[in-house]
Design a protein around this ligand. Structure first.
Ligand code: AFP
Length: 340
């Protein structure tokens, strides 16, 4: 009998236990982050269950405009947003919420306020829902550094001021990947226990990868450095093998694969979208935070992504993120262009 393996199987490191362990390293900590995180976990479990049922609901006629009681059915992304907003507000640990689904920021009323601000995309990649492809929730967390009325200025801060970030991927398994500034850790939902269990401790991205991930349908509108970079992925000049192309079209899935296998994910600027497509606060920053924590890099075409200072809550930015050496290469191409 393999006692060591048995001990491993019976000594489960749940996400709550993991965060409590981390918390115990800070004697002044009052458990606010643990409480906030347990509400994120609740939202993720809810969305996971709803996503799993989405196909079935459609099949048996529960989804659509109205349900059998004649009530309007909410779309999954709207429903997910409602769940997360309510979980954050009721946690009593948040003051400002910015969601991809809501045009304006939500300011929590004073009786329920707490020290955190959360920026999030409750269901990213929602155009993939109907075909059962992986989608996800992305979040980033800031702390309030004053006791005055909260404003949008509390979240219009560079990504390097985030205290934590993560995503939950609803795919063949449900996985929550989190960093609170001490490495990146992955937890997989055990559906029979209803608990996220630590399965990927201290994720490090390979220094170089052999996959590039981009929507090549936009190639005719790319700028010089992006065009040159993708050309090099396909026809390397140094005799190395060409990179493989993988593109899901769900940022969480594409970034998750990049984190585990290495390589680069690009959503560049193009002539039609000079600022790219992805949103700074709840797509670019959280993923850039995770990449750097895992030993990779994230670059906008001009600067380190986490050094951007957003001026609007739904601002967009081009993004190149992934393995350290692969991002170095694209940085060099932009540096050369700037000189010429
Ligand atoms: P949707 O939520 O509209 O599906 O957009 C997903 C997304 O914001 C991000 O998850 C993808 O990386 C990116 O857009 C894909 O964009 P393209 O369809 O333009 O490639």
């Amino acid at each position: 009998m393999d006692h060591e393996a048995d001990a491993y199987r019976t000594d489960l490191m749940t996400i709550t236990r993991f965060v409590l362990n981390e918390q115990s390293k800070y004697p002044d900590s009052r458990g606010d982050f643990t409480i906030l995180l347990s509400n994120i976990v609740l939202g993720c479990k809810f969305v996971c269950s709803a996503v799993n049922k989405a196909g079935l609901a459609k099949l048996i006629g529960l989804a659509g405009e109205t349900n059998i009681q004649g009530e309007e059915q909410k779309k999954l992304d709207v429903l997910s947003n409602d769940v997360f907003v309510k979980a954050f507000v009721s946690s009593g640990r948040t003051s400002v919420l910015v969601s991809e689904e809501d045009e304006e920021a939500t300011f929590v009323e004073s009786s329920q306020r707490g020290k955190y601000c959360v920026v999030f995309d409750p269901l990213d990649g929602s155009s993939n829902i109907d075909c059962g492809v992986s989608i996800g929730t992305i979040f980033g967390i800031y702390t309030m550094n004053h006791n005055n009325e909260p404003t949008t200025e509390d979240v219009l801060k560079p990504g390097n001021e985030m205290v934590a970030a993560g995503y939950c991927m609803y795919g063949s398994s449900c996985m929550l990947v989190l960093s609170s500034g001490t490495g990146v850790h992955g937890f997989t939902l055990d559906p029979s226990l209803g608990e996220f269990i630590l399965t990927h401790p201290d994720i490090k991205i390979p220094t170089k990868g052999n996959i590039y991930s981009v929507n090549e349908g936009n190639a005719q509108n790319w700028d010089g450095p992006t065009t040159k970079y993708v050309e090099r992925c396909k026809y390397p000049k140094d005799g190395s093998p060409a990179k493989s192309l993988r593109y899901v079209g769900s940022m969480v899935a594409d970034v998750h694969r990049t984190l585990l296998y290495g390589g680069i994910f690009l959503y560049p600027a193009d002539k039609k979208s000079p600022n790219g497509k992805l949103r700074v606060l709840y797509e670019v920053f959280p993923m850039a935070f995770l990449m750097e924590q895992a030993g990779g890099q994230a670059f906008t075409g001009k600067k380190r992504a986490l050094d951007l200072v957003p001026e609007k809550i739904h601002e967009r930015s081009p993004i190149f993120l992934g393995s350290y050496d692969d991002v170095e290469e694209i940085k060099a191409l932009y540096a050369t262009e700037e000189k010429n």
